[in-house]
Design a protein around this ligand. Sequence first.
Ligand SMILES: [Zn+2]
Ligand SMILES: [Zn+2]
Length: 246
Amino acid sequence: MAIELVVVLSNSQRSPGSLSPIYRLAAVGGGAAIVLGEAEKVVVTRMTRSRGKAVFLCSCGGRGRAVSLEVRQWLSISTNCFHARALRKAFELLVAHFRKVSVDALLQRYTALDNSRTLATAEKQVFYATKSHKKRSLFAVLCAGTWSSVGIRPRFGKKGTKRRQIMRASCTRLSFIDHWMCKHAKAVNYWCAEARQAAEVAGGVGAPAMVEEADVILADPLGRRRQPVRSPAAQAAAQAETDARF
Ligand SMILES: [Zn+2]
Ligand SMILES: [Zn+2]
């Protein structure tokens, strides 16, 4: 984690081939959060300050999973999972690496690390993090000041319809709402649709959506197959054809 944060904080390049076969790790939001993939599971861990105290939170909720992240933050207690513990350790290593006297001094220099400085807005920000070993994309979504981890997973169609497997965003946040339909999963599905559209505008119909990694699997388009997006040239040609008819 410390190495990944050093890479992000000092704007250097990630070394290729650093991916482990099972574990995946990527800092997002300029170091504001770390996404960890473990096989097809994904969590996001981050640091914030609550009443002046550094608190390390993780979307897995830690052991017991009983206390919500909001309550933990309010009580100024970190989660007790190993993801958050690893992040705490990484911060200690960063203090040494950047030759700072304390975590506070580190946070003053690298403000992105401290989530209590981020304004909590209802706007949903989607960050592509990395891919799982099955090449499915893993995301972090920032909304209302808290981070959620979202992975792309296969989902089977409803009964009665053709039971076709589609790839869809699935939220791993610890609340008991539908993890396929919550606002975080929807935001990622939307992000994927936008990425596809952008790819088709740039590269023509059927062009693969390129995120940071070429072979990454995104969420499938929603509902019936959407109208393919035509390039500006094709649009102009279609318009000319329509005009010629009248
Ligand atoms: Zn955790
Ligand atoms: Zn969610």
